[in-house]
Design a protein around this ligand. Structure first.
Ligand code: ZN
Length: 203
C-alpha cells in the first residue's frame, strides 16, 4: 500500500497542517474525512506506534460517534496550528486564541505523557495505548516542541501560495535558507514550467 500523505514539511505538526491541501483559502482539499485518515496520518508520521494503531482502529469502529468527535477536535487543532505557523511565516504574531487552543490540547496531552522503559532505554510514551485522543496528543506536543524550538529554521509557505494554488507550509532547513517549494517535484516544477511558458510566449 502506498503512503496516503506526502510528508514534506520537515516536522509532523506542519505535515499535519498540510492535510488540508490545495489552496486552503479558495479551493481546499480535505484529506481527513474519517478517524481512519487521522490514524493513517499519525502512523505514517511516526506519531502512533503500530500496536497502538491497531487497537485504535478497532476502537474507532466500535465507537464511531466518539471517533468522529475526536476527528473534529483534531481538525480544530490543525486549523489553529496552521494559523499559528502561517502567521510566523508572514512575520506576524499568532492570535492569542490559537495559542490558547494549542495550550489547552497541550495540557491534556501532557497529563497523559509518561516515560516508558524498554530494555535498557527510556522513551516518552502515553499512559493509554487505546485512547482515541492519542494522535491529537502527539500532534499537540509536536506543534508545541516546534514552536518553542529556538534553533529551528524559518517557517515558509509554498511559492505557489500567491498564485492561489498551494498553501502548504514547511520548515526551511536549507543551509542558505532558500527553500521555496513544498516539493520541487510538484509545485517547483509547475512554477518552472510556467516561467518557461511565459518566457517562450514573451519572446
Ligand atoms: Zn506547493
Amino acid at each position: 500500500m502506498s503512503p496516503a500523505f506526502e510528508l514534506i514539511a520537515g516536522d509532523p505538526s506542519l505535515d499535519f497542517a498540510n492535510t488540508l491541501s490545495g489552496d486552503r483559502f479558495h479551493a481546499p482539499r480535505e484529506n481527513l474525512n474519517e478517524y481512519g485518515d487521522l490514524l493513517a496520518f499519525a502512523r505514517q508520521a511516526g506519531l502512533v506506534d503500530a500496536s497502538c494503531a491497531r487497537g485504535l482502529a478497532e476502537r474507532a469502529a466500535r465507537e464511531p460517534g466518539e471517533a468522529a468527535r475526536v476527528l473534529a477536535r483534531a481538525i480544530e487543532l490543525r486549523e489553529a496550528i496552521f494559523r499559528i505557523f502561517w502567521a510566523l511565516g508572514s512575520r506576524k504574531k499568532p492570535a492569542p486564541a490559537d495559542l490558547g487552543l494549542l495550550n489547552g490540547e497541550l495540557a491534556t496531552a501532557l497529563a497523559h505523557r509518561e516515560i516508558v522503559a524498554r530494555g535498557g532505554s527510556y522513551s516518552f510514551g502515553w499512559t493509554e495505548c487505546d485512547d482515541l485522543d492519542q494522535p491529537v496528543w502527539a500532534i499537540a506536543v509536536a506543534a508545541a516542541d516546534l514552536l518553542a524550538d529556538e534553533d529551528r529554521g524559518p517557517i515558509r509557505m509554498c511559492g505557489l501560495a500567491e498564485d492561489e494554488e498551494c498553501t502548504w507550509i514547511f520548515l526551511d532547513e536549507t543551509k542558505n535558507k532558500s527553500r521555496r517549494w513544498c516539493s520541487m517535484r510538484d509545485c517547483g516544477n509547475r512554477a518552472k514550467a510556467r516561467r518557461h511558458y511565459e518566457r517562450a510566449k514573451g519572446s
